[in-house]
Design a protein around this ligand. Structure first.
Ligand code: F6P
Length: 255
């Protein structure tokens, strides 16, 4: 807290909260684009926040990505977490395994003593596979549990970075460029006005399902994610944003 006061971060939090229209903003010092420890600090802030909010018998939906991995790595056991079920927001995403939501949900459960469920579905499904998998009772059960989630904690990515990381096809990259996509979350790519430009065909939490979740917590930082953060906050009614100084200053500079 003393450090935050010194950096004037409380004022920055208030400004960003007003600008983005989210209920809570937590800013850690530094810029994740510049130094790796800033992501670790966002992870710490995220884990602490989830602990404060935790209640017994809750379902927490979790996305993938390196920032969510940082959150998972900071989580600790609490009585409420021991009665929490962590569920991935989606199946695979064609990324490194430790960045997949499945892995992160299992890691959160392991670190907290909680429970978890898995969604063993690849991303970029064909129409046929999509229809068939959707009807699988086991998958249906996990999808139903996502609809009962009390909280969702998720990352936000820069559109281009994510398309490359997922080895998206030239057609998709072209579509994203033409649509001026700036950000990505939940498999949706959107432009700066929060309009959806492209969607990764997969099963999991979609925008309708997201509406049902009471608390939505985004964790994303680095100045390079400024536009992406603004876009996702205008698309999804965010309860909380945990970010860093680099992103916060970049967002307010363009405000
Ligand atoms: O792929 C999962 C995901 O949460 C994306 O929705 C998001 O764009 C990305 O990860 C963020 O990843 P990182 O925290 O590594 O920037």
């Amino acid at each position: 807290p003393l450090m935050k006061e010194l950096f004037g971060l409380y004022r920055l939090e208030a400004e960003l909260k007003a600008f983005l229209g989210v209920n809570h903003v937590i800013i850690v010092p530094g810029d994740a684009d510049v130094s790796d420890w800033v992501k670790v600090e966002m992870g710490r802030a995220g884990a602490r926040y989830l602990k404060q909010l935790a209640v017994p018998d809750q379902i927490v939906a979790v996305s993938g990505g390196s920032t969510m991995l940082a959150v998972a790595e900071m989580m600790m056991p609490t009585p409420a977490f021991k009665q929490t079920t962590f569920v991935p927001t989606r199946g695979g995403v064609g990324e490194a395994v430790e960045l997949e939501a499945n892995y992160i949900a299992s890691l959160m459960a392991k670190r907290t003593g909680g429970k978890y469920r898995m969604l063993h579905i690849p991303d970029q499904l064909s129409d046929e596979a999509y229809q068939t998998l959707q009807k699988e009772p086991h998958i249906q059960e996990v999808l139903d549990s996502l609809k009962l989630a009390r909280m969702v904690v998720h990352g936000i990515g820069d559109a281009k970075t994510m398309a490359i990381r997922r080895k998206s096809s030239p057609q998709v990259i072209d579509e994203l460029e033409k649509g001026k996509a700036v950000g990505e979350s939940f498999g949706y790519y959107f432009n700066r006005d929060g309009k959806i430009v492209h969607r990764v065909r997969t099963l999991g939490l979609d925008l309708d399902g997201l509406e049902l979740v009471e608390k939505k917590v985004a964790v994303a930082g680095g100045a390079s994610k400024a536009e992406a953060i603004v876009a996702v906050c205008s698309l999804v009614s965010q309860d909380t944003l945990i970010t860093d100084e680099g992103a916060a200053r970049a967002i307010l500079k363009n405000a």
